[in-house]
Design a protein around this ligand. Structure first.
Ligand code: DP6
Length: 399
């Protein structure tokens, strides 16, 4: 028999996702069950990803976690729910199968280290990628092969959609125990190769109202949210899936904007009201509609989550002109050369006609920078042992 390895470590990466039919509101806070289904686009990990190493060893005396190099409280309820859930699935598998119980290391404590390749300060939702990565990495460590929706969802609802690449729906389910509240791929990342995603980073400020607290107040007070969940979203889910399947960009774009707008309307209908958009966000909305009007067709769409950053969808041949329009409306302040990150976008001149249609007083620095990306794959396992964020002693490697 081979000698027992002191530390078993696995490292994985997981993507960020952006919803085009929004999740807002829970029917069960503890199990993280939503009041409506949602649909998202998985963003490419070349630009945005979380990397997580999980390690187990009989020598570890307690569960521990480090996020972006800093040790965090492992007792956090959501983290505990994920750990409990993955260990439950591992135990279930063990009792059903032939695996040697000791090999599964179920009695061992776990160390977890996680880093993002994008600044948390950019205000981009990192919890979806973070909890999806945690669920996926722990599943490798414990040999769990079943659906991980529940593990990721208990961390953050939107995280279950980051378990897959391409276009993903989170079916709300009906059961009280949440067993049918799961994420499913609608189409793989290869399905729509021309689709591009631009993240317009507007502000690095910390938001006033977090999603969890915000959606709780909305569920309690907004009649519009109830109407949306019951009477609007079911048809929109079907229509959005059709737009994706048929690669109908104008249909996809219009529904994406309408659903973002309705989500923000339910926030305003919440009492006390919640507002996530800033003046710059509203300027981006205006810019997109003017740009589309100039072309006489819907070539660009915006969507906003619980913050002021805009996420913009366009087909690749529209991107250079739209980026030039953004530069025109929001002239970069100091970092002109670093204004555009991610996929290369060739510079193009802006026509006088389009400038006239945009009709704006430029807001210097309104958009801090743009990250250009595309649709990407789901979580990945990194086979290279150098990728581990934890050393052989189970502690974070020095950065
Ligand atoms: C506006 O998944 O962050 O981004 O389940 O409470 O952790 P919790 O909320 P979270 O909410 C995301 C809300 C949203 C819309 C979406 O991603 O669907």
């Amino acid at each position: 028999m081979a000698p027992e390895k002191p530390v078993v470590a696995v490292t994985c990466t997981a993507p960020v996702n952006i919803a085009v039919i929004k999740y807002w509101g829970k029917r069960d806070e503890d199990l993280v069950l939503p009041i409506n289904s949602s649909l998202s686009v998985t963003l490419h990990q070349d630009q945005l990803k979380t990397t997580t190493t999980a390690a187990i060893s009989k020598d570890f005396t307690e569960d521990r976690i480090w996020l972006n190099g800093r040790e965090e409280d492992v007792e956090q309820p959501r983290l505990q729910a994920c750990l409990r859930e993955i260990r439950r699935l591992a135990r279930k598998r063990r009792s059903a199968g032939d695996e040697d119980p000791a090999a599964l290391g179920l009695s061992y404590k776990v160390h977890v280290a996680s880093v993002n390749n994008f600044p948390t300060a950019a205000g981009l939702a990192s919890s979806a990628a973070g909890y999806a990565c945690l669920a996926y990495t722990l599943a490798q460590v414990y040999g769990v092969e079943s659906d991980l929706s529940e593990v990721a969802r208990r961390g953050s609802g939107s995280a279950c959609r980051s378990l897959y690449g391409g276009f993903v729906e989170w079916q709300m389910g009906e059961r009280a125990d949440g067993k049918d509240s799961i994420a499913r791929q609608v189409a793989p990342e290869s399905h729509w190769p021309e689709l591009r995603v631009l993240i317009l980073v507007v502000s690095a400020e910390k938001k006033l109202t977090g999603s969890t607290a915000g959606m709780r107040t909305s569920v309690e007070t907004s009649p519009l949210l109830r109407f949306r969940a019951e009477s609007v979203v079911p048809a929109r889910m079907a229509e959005m899936a059709r737009c994706v399947r048929e690669r109908d960009f104008p249909g996809f774009a219009q529904l994406t904007m309408k659903d973002s707008n309705q989500f923000h309307a339910t926030c305003l209908d919440t009492f006390p009201p919640i507002s996530y958009l800033s003046d710059t966000s509203r300027r981006v909305v205006h810019l997109v509609h003017r740009f589309n009007a100039h072309h006489g067709q819907t070539k660009v769409a915006y969507t906003f989550d619980a913050g002021p950053n805009a996420v913009v969808f366009a087909l690749h041949d529209t991107v250079p002109e739209f980026v030039a329009a953004v530069r025109h409306c929001f002239p970069p302040e100091s970092n002109g050369d670093k204004f555009l990150k991610g996929l290369p976008v060739p510079p193009v001149p802006l026509s006088d006609e389009l400038k006239a249609v945009l009709d704006v007083d430029p807001t210097p620095g309104g958009v801090k920078y743009i990250i250009a990306t595309q649709v990407g794959p789901g979580p990945q396992i990194l086979e290279d042992p150098h990728a581990h964020l934890l050393g052989p002693d189970g502690l974070p490697k020095p950065a």
